[in-house]
Design a binder for this molecule. Structure first.
Ligand code: SF4
Length: 351
């Protein structure tokens, strides 16, 4: 098995390992332990049935060394602190990978009704479990960010949001949060993530607030897949996404805009690669990520399975080739999921 092949298999099967830093079920498609595999950030599901284990910093498959080393991300010190109004920092923002501070500024989503919600998403589950708060205030996030940078060497921040009822779909609260964090920690690059805001001028507001990068996540460019997996969100048309991406590239710059593309929702792999190329040519980084059913999602209830390893490897290689050819690397983004790379495998092919 090649290095990428082993990584793909590891990401799909998970490992028998309790990483000290992990992401619980929440917004988006991941619930994993955060580690570095071969020096690259990786989000690996915990799975007691997996043939992979970690011994003395090496990844073993059924006891055999895979050739990959694994470095654990230590529990950050900021988790033990609280805001001046008494909210534990850990409930407001989490460490992702080695040096990313991630928060969901509004932990509810207007689309979370069972008939509407994205089948891979568990945004309100961590809220129901009491692991987080519904709305993070700009002042709280400024306090967490300052501490995370000072105590734990955090180098970038990701702010996502559930979708609100407003015309801006939640983007204006994001802008207020960005402004407060930048005032407290001017050196910290921030990526914001939201649906296409109805009023595209909000994208300029986000940039002027101090966001360096933006993720406008479509998850699939196949309308049939969108209708099946994202009943509510698919009512926002692909044309609306395209208009938002184009404006975002104008405002934030080429390769400071990204979108998730999930592998494993039943899409045609060739069409996924073609969609990734369309995005890349537009200046939007297509962050290709395997779908994995996480607890608390409708997909997990349905028994949905992750993609086949050979399909994920093939799509990752082909999209990686396009990106390398166009000179677009995730690590060239100033902040965000593409810059982090841990939830996908593109960084493993140089993209
Ligand atoms: S890719 Fe995004 S969601 Fe995944 S660990 Fe990195 S910052 Fe978090």
């Amino acid at each position: 098995m090649t290095g990428l092949g082993t990584r793909v298999d590891l990401v799909l099967r998970g490992f028998r390992f309790e990483a000290p830093v992990r992401r619980g079920p929440g917004a988006g498609p991941s619930d994993d332990g955060h580690v570095l595999v071969g020096g690259l950030g990786a989000a690996i599901p915990r799975n007691p049935q997996s043939p992979y284990e970690v011994v003395d910093g090496r990844v073993l498959y059924d006891g055999d060394d895979t050739g990959l080393d694994l470095e654990v991300v230590a529990r950050p010190r900021f988790y033990d602190l609280a805001t001046t109004d008494g909210v534990p920092f850990e409930k407001l923002a989490r460490l992702h990978g080695k040096d990313v501070l991630a928060t969901t500024v509004v932990q509810t989503c207007v689309r979370y009704d069972e008939a509407e919600r994205c089948r891979f998403c568990a945004i309100e589950e961590s809220l129901a479990a009491g692991a987080t708060t519904a709305v993070k205030t700009p002042a709280q996030l400024a306090e967490v960010a300052r501490a995370a940078v000072d105590l734990d060497g955090v180098r970038q921040m990701v702010m996502t949001t559930g979708t609100s009822n407003g015309k801006d779909r939640g983007a204006r609260h994001l802008a207020r949060c960005v402004r407060a964090v930048k005032a407290a920690v001017p050196e910290l690059p921030i990526q914001v993530q939201c649906e296409p805001p109805g009023d595209l001028a909000v994208l300029t507001e986000l940039r002027e607030a101090g966001a360096s990068s933006i993720g406008i996540h479509v998850e699939s460019m196949d309308d049939t897949v969108r209708a099946r997996w994202m009943t509510g969100k698919s009512t926002v048309s692909l044309d609306e996404y395209r208009a938002a991406w184009r404006e975002a590239v104008r405002v934030f710059g080429r390769n400071q805009v990204s979108t998730y593309l999930l592998v494993g929702l039943g899409e045609d792999p060739d069409e996924l690669v073609a969609a990734a190329e369309e995005l890349a040519l537009m200046g939007v980084y297509p962050f290709v990520v395997p779908f994995r059913p996480i607890p608390g999602t409708l997909a997990a209830q349905d028994g949905a399975a992750p993609p086949r390893a050979d399909v994920l490897e093939d799509v990752t290689r082909r999209v990686g080739k396009v990106l390398v050819h166009l000179g677009m690397r995730g690590s060239d983004q100033k902040a965000g999921c593409a810059a982090c790379g841990a939830c996908g495998l593109l960084s493993g092919v140089g993209a």
